[in-house]
Design a protein around this ligand. Structure first.
Ligand code: ACO
Length: 384
């Protein structure tokens, strides 16, 4: 439909099937996703190398500052993060008031919003401080809320664990994690850190593009990540695997689901067409941990689901699928799977907010109008 006198350019639907499918909406120097022959890289570094050789803190620094830290930069960064783990008292009180039955994603969303009132961003030059503060304290926020509602503990010492991976596992389970457990957690945090213009990052960038504050952009990102088509898929995948008692049942149930045209969470991807490189990295870690913790059946069921999806639909697991068995082997409650994604993706979102602000233009696309033609006003008395 066109309006006489409209100065809008002719409308075009972006992407054949909507959803901005295949549309380049902007540029980034932070990561490559699905670029043929390149794979997934963060600022040029292959995800496989980062997962094998880096710590999550090095990757966080890389994303925030654009280069890998040298020894001195890394130790200063680590010290800054450790010194900013503690939660202000009013936020502790807020966490205690949030119901135990709340979804932990809602807890994180609320906590970021609350922190924004307690420690607001003081101009854009304050952005990196806010980013570091969020990366440093959100693991503590999550474990504080969990432990308070689980066993009445008010966590107050934040010195346990030299890394975010170690601290999170330690505070959550109240025991020092093994080297293998810390390494697996570290790899998982690295894999979830950044992924170009995905739905939650896009949300954060749209908010940043209005020149809104850092906390608002992060809060929006958390909201977008929560859904099962995005970050929530790791929880949904676990719930699916949990319904299966063995591989034979998994085969039967999967075939029935596919016959009913149901989606299997943890499979498929908007951008990747042949495989998700993050899944190839996380799967061997999931296998190692499942073996070490007596969860072989869980892993066998997961592999059966993968085989059926490949055979019947030609579909591959995305990063969320094997993250589920990995987290289960770490004895992490299912409801915390997507919140862990947040603890990691805070780095990527932060880097994108900084990148958006550095070369900002309001993100405001068009929509093709499909509603009724212009019509006369009908008064309340005259309506049917
Ligand atoms: N299980 C079964 N069928 C699927 C799946 C799946 N997981 N994913 C896509 N399909 C099918 C669809 O039913 C559809 O079939 P049709 O053409 O016969 O109707 C076709 O493949 C295309 O699916 P769309 O949903 O249109 O593809 P889109 O590119 O929009 O979807 C998405 C990408 C949302 C990731 C999709 O694959 C999906 O829903 N997967 C499950 C959720 C999931 O794992 N999300 C995590 C993504 S990774 C991340 O966010 C970290």
């Amino acid at each position: 439909m066109t309006h006489e006198g409209s100065n809008r350019p002719p409308a075009q639907i972006s992407g054949a099937r909507g959803g901005l499918d295949g549309i380049i909406a902007g540029h980034t120097s932070l990561s490559t996703v699905g670029v043929s022959g390149v794979g997934l890289t963060y600022l040029g570094y292959a995800i496989e190398d980062l997962a094998e050789k880096a710590t999550f803190e090095e990757v966080a620094f890389l994303l925030l500052f654009g280069h890998l830290p040298n020894d001195s930069e890394l130790s200063k960064f680590r010290v800054r993060l450790i010194s900013q783990r503690s939660i202000p008292e009013p936020l502790c009180k807020t966490l205690e008031m949030i119901p135990a039955a709340a979804h932990p994603m809602d807890v994180l969303r609320t906590a970021v919003s609350m922190l924004g009132t307690l420690e607001p961003e003081k101009g854009f030059e304050d952005a990196v401080r806010v980013a570091e503060r969020l990366i440093a304290c959100m693991p503590a926020v999550l474990t504080y809320w969990v432990r308070f509602h689980r066993d009445g503990t008010r966590l107050s010492s934040w010195s346990r664990g030299d890394s975010i991976a170690e601290q999170f596992l330690w505070d959550l389970r109240d025991r020092s994690p093994s080297e293998l457990e810390t390494q697996a957690m570290n790899v998982s945090l690295i894999l979830y850190a950044e992924h170009e213009w995905n739905a939650s990052t896009f949300t954060a960038r749209v908010i940043a593009s209005t020149l809104s504050d850092f906390y608002s952009a992060i809060t929006g990102g958390i909201g977008a990540l929560r859904g099962p088509l995005h970050g929530g898929a790791n929880e949904a995948a676990m719930e699916l695997i949990d319904r299966m008692s063995d591989s034979a049942m998994a085969e039967r149930e999967l075939l029935a689901m596919l016959a009913r045209k149901e989606k299997v969470m943890g499979f498929g991807h908007r951008v990747y067409k042949g495989c998700d490189p993050r899944s190839d990295v996380i799967k061997p870690w999931a296998q190692k941990l499942c073996r070490a913790t007596g969860n072989e059946t869980l892993f066998a069921i997961s592999e059966t689901i993968e085989h059926v999806m490949r055979r019947e639909k030609g579909m591959f697991p995305n990063v969320d699928f094997y993250s589920a068995s990995l987290y289960r082997s770490l004895e992490i409650p299912t409801a915390l799977f997507t919140p862990i994604f947040v603890l990691s993706r805070l780095t990527g979102w932060s880097a994108h907010i900084l990148e958006q602000r550095a070369d900002n233009r309001l993100i405001r696309p068009l929509a093709e109008y499909t509603g009724p033609a212009p019509r006369a006003w009908v008064s309340l008395e005259e309506r049917d």
